[in-house]
Write a protein that binds this ligand. Structure first.
Ligand code: ZN
Length: 408
């Protein structure tokens, strides 16, 4: 049978609702599942029974202290039902993490990335070996790992596993799914990094905020400049997009960017752009591939001591970011902006230019400066974004499998 009947489709969608509710809220009683999903009590009973039978859910008994009668039954995602691996590719390290079906981190290690850059083939081989090592350490068979979620800076094919352009590999395209040659049961997904930060922040705001979540932008400052926009879609779900902010044409100033274009935001605001201005290097000089943080700290220290060109370099960087953000707000509408990444340690030097860049647009003069916050620990947010996206996909498989089993 090629098509699923509409009843089966509805059951599948309802199962996804129950699974995602337990993912976001943790263990819930029957009545709380009905309240958070809006499903009828009988539907919740049928779905939890099915998901328990297939091993996706388990029940815990909660004894109410001092209470009489039966203990309260809570439903929870079964931790060992599926696992996922997340890999964060940064400019200097690769971080490999293993998480269970509740999204809890189980194991993690970091590997330094060769700054000079090994060949792509060597990189992929080392990557594959690290993934296999993570599985060996946990004693898990390949078929228990449902997804490998990878993130990188750069341009990513939106629905797959292809890296189209990155600061590390340039235009050398990598299809991780094909290159890693792992069992087909492991779904390999590649994400642009900053949208994962936006996803995690949106989820937190939705869970903890006083008002319903509407939209936010996450901006990452560092060697590269990334942007992710999270908005509540028409369906009620949080939708995340990755506008190509860092390489958006910002000014006809002739500053050469790593991507080969001139005048990108990154050519002014990326670490190499700041370094180039501070040292009065001609703007068409091919940018450094990697600027150590210690080098940036030295320029920042000089700027704080009043060195004119260093101060100017940070101000120009802030200006490019502010102008870029004002264009983003003109296109997407007003929204708060969260800034993450190593570059946030220079906010004192960037903020004047940033404010100036924002104020140059009519949108900001009318609607006011957006609420800007600095968020620490980008790595945690990236991990949360990975888990959120990967588990949402895995839940669709789990719900779908259940239907197919029932048909068999
Ligand atoms: Zn560029």
């Amino acid at each position: 049978m090629l098509t699923k009947s509409s009843t089966e489709m509805v059951r599948q969608q309802n199962s996804v609702l129950v699974l995602s509710s337990l993912r976001r809220h943790g263990p819930l009683a029957h009545t709380d599942i009905a309240a958070t999903t809006g499903l009828a009590s009988a539907t919740v009973s049928a779905i939890t029974a099915d998901l328990e039978r297939t091993g996706a859910l388990e029940r815990h008994e909660q004894h109410v202290s001092g209470g009489r009668g039966r203990p309260r039954v809570l439903f929870a995602r079964k931790r060992d039902h599926r696992y996922l691996i997340t890999v964060r590719i940064s400019s200097d390290t690769l971080q490999y993490s293993l998480a269970d079906y509740t999204g809890t981190l189980i194991d993690r290690f970091d590997e330094p990335r060769d700054e000079a850059g090994p060949s792509t083939a060597q990189f992929v081989a080392a990557f594959r070996e690290a993934v296999l090592r993570l599985m060996r350490r946990s004693g898990l068979d390949a078929d228990r790992i449902a997804a490998i979620s990878i993130s990188s800076k750069g341009l990513v094919d939106p629905d797959g596993s292809r890296l189209l352009w990155s600061p590390v590999f340039g235009y050398e395209e990598i299809d991780f799914s094909a290159a890693l040659a792992l069992p087909p049961s492991m779904r390999v997904r590649l994400n642009n990094e900053t949208p994962l930060v936006a996803q995690a922040l949106a989820r937190r705001a939705d869970r903890d905020g006083d008002a319903p979540f509407r939209s936010l932008a996450a901006l990452s400052l560092g060697h590269s400049i990334g942007l992710g926009v999270a908005r509540r879609g028409a369906s009620g779900d949080i939708e995340v997009s990755a506008p190509n902010f860092g390489h958006m044409l910002n000014a006809a100033d002739g500053k050469l960017c790593r991507c080969g274009s001139r005048g990108c935001i990154e050519a002014s605001a990326g670490f190499y752009g700041i370094l180039r201005t501070a040292f009065e290097v001609p703007p068409d000089t091919i940018p450094a591939k990697f600027v150590p943080l210690a080098e940036m700290d030295k320029i920042a220290l000089r700027a704080r001591q009043g060195h004119r060109m260093s101060e100017y370099a940070f101000r120009q960087a802030g200006l490019a970011i502010g102008q870029g953000l004002s264009r983003m707000l003109s296109l997407f509408g007003d929204m708060p902006v969260a800034i993450a990444g190593h570059g946030t340690r220079y906010m004192d030097l960037l903020s004047r230019g940033l404010e100036e860049g924002l104020q140059q647009s009519l949108h900001v003069r009318i609607y006011g400066t957006p609420k800007i916050t600095v968020v620490a620990d980008e790595a945690t947010l990236v991990f949360e974004g990975h888990v959120e996206r990967a588990l949402a996909e895995i839940d669709h498989d789990v719900a779908g499998l259940r239907v197919e089993e029932a048909q068999a």
